[in-house]
Ligand binder design. Structure first.
Ligand code: FES
Length: 129
């Protein structure tokens, strides 16, 4: 399977799922997300809310903008800072619309944050071409 070049996070398998140790818990800012950049099409925002971690695509489907880590957290939702689309952090669904963010498994152990290893995505402009 294809992999991301030049990404060297420590990897471990838990219950058959590959995880990457992407940061420390203290690296996730309060009231903002931490963007983990793999490539232009694969960027994952990790949020720490009420003692739980959530990981969703950092790319807002509205205008394909990589901005959700800078969004506004309210309860268990994230609001895009550009035009206000709101998404559930639990399942990635847009509130009041059909859009959806990809979600990823994430957990913390001994202050280290482990993120489900993403697979590279073919850019939409190539798929549509
Ligand atoms: S780019 Fe996110 S709501 Fe417009």
């Amino acid at each position: 399977m294809q992999d991301f070049p030049a990404i060297e996070f420590p990897e471990r398998i838990v219950n058959g799922v590959s995880y990457l140790q992407v940061c420390q818990l203290r690296d996730i800012p309060q009231k903002r997300g931490k963007n983990i950049y793999f490539d232009e099409e694969t960027q994952i925002a990790i949020f720490s809310v009420a003692g739980k971690l959530f990981a969703v695509s950092n790319i807002c489907p509205h205008q394909h903008a990589a901005v959700l880590a800078e969004g506004l957290i309210d309860d268990l939702t994230i609001t895009c800072p550009l035009h206000g689309w709101m998404y559930s952090l639990e399942n990635g669904k847009a509130l009041g619309g059909g859009a959806r963010l990809k979600t990823y498994k994430v957990f913390c152990e001994e202050e280290k944050v482990y993120l489900e290893k993403p697979q590279p995505v073919e850019p939409k402009w190539i798929r549509d071409w």
